[in-house]
Design a protein around this ligand. Structure first.
Ligand code: PEP
Length: 254
């Protein structure tokens, strides 16, 4: 059984004080549902306060990015070893980082390796943009991104990775992929590529999230799909009520 995982990607939102206040309000609401793994991914500077507010409770913390090197002359960057003790997960290869910060498949692969080397868990994002979707190249693109990201990753390490299928045209647009479309890509394309790489036992153990305008209105339909094991949530994760409701609705399906 794959434990459902709902992760909130706060992006560049919430000052440190706001982050702690939000986390304290969220904590009791999501702790009612231990059969769902809830994760919050604040900006770097918010991590110490959020990690402190969640110390000793089963709500995960994720960073939104890291550098691939452990240390060195990389002004403004944060390495995976620096996140140890503050985060359990690190989002890697989010489409906004690929789009605005030039992250290539090769860089994403180096980051996945760095995160795993620090015994943290990557939330690896893959997904096609609108033009690629309309050109019918979603499957090739997504499986190519996956193969590149998992290059040199052992089967044991692969089990630690959460994959987030995020069609870029659905992120922040209010246009969610239909549950049937999301299920096809998560199941046939993502889990299919993982099965090719590692065999079906490992592929069946890896959790696959959907991301892209997921909210409290569509989460139940998405989570009812057999190959969708969770969601990476942007906008709706910034509101305590919406995010905790999504956890509640997911728990009701377990
Ligand atoms: C995201 O940024 O990963 C995301 C899915 O955002 P939103 O839920 O706002 O579409």
């Amino acid at each position: 059984m794959r434990v459902p995982i709902l992760a909130g990607n706060w992006k560049m939102n919430k000052l440190p004080g706001e982050a702690v206040e939000f986390t304290r309000a969220l904590r009791p609401l999501v702790l009612r549902y231990p059969n769902v793994e809830t994760v919050v991914c604040p900006p770097f500077v918010d991590l110490p306060g959020v990690a402190d507010a969640l110390a000793g409770v089963k709500v995960g913390v994720g960073a939104q990015n890291c550098h691939w090197a452990d240390s060195g002359a990389y002004t403004g960057e944060v390495s995976a070893p620096m996140l140890v003790g503050l985060a359990d997960y690190v989002i890697v290869g989010h489409s906004e980082r690929r789009q605005y910060f030039g992250e290539t498949d090769e860089i994403v692969n180096k980051k996945v390796k760095a995160v795993l080397a620090s015994k943290l868990r990557p939330i690896l994002c893959v997904g096609e943009d609108l033009a690629q979707n309309e050109a019918g190249v979603t499957d090739t693109l997504v499986s190519g991104q996956l193969r590149a990201a998992f290059d040199g990753i052992s089967a044991a390490q692969a089990r630690e990775v959460v994959v987030a299928y995020e069609p870029i045209w659905a992120i922040g647009t209010g246009k969610t992929a239909s549950a049937a479309v999301a299920e096809r890509v998560c199941g046939v394309v993502v889990r299919g590529a993982l099965a090719d790489l590692y065999g079906s036992t490992v592929a069946d153990a890896i959790r696959i999230q959907y991301g892209g305008s997921a909210n409290e209105k569509n989460i139940a339909e998405l989570m009812a799909m057999p190959d969708i094991d969770g969601a990476l949530i942007g906008g709706a994760s910034l509101k305590v009520d919406a995010f905790s409701e999504m956890v509640k609705l997911t728990a009701a399906l377990c």
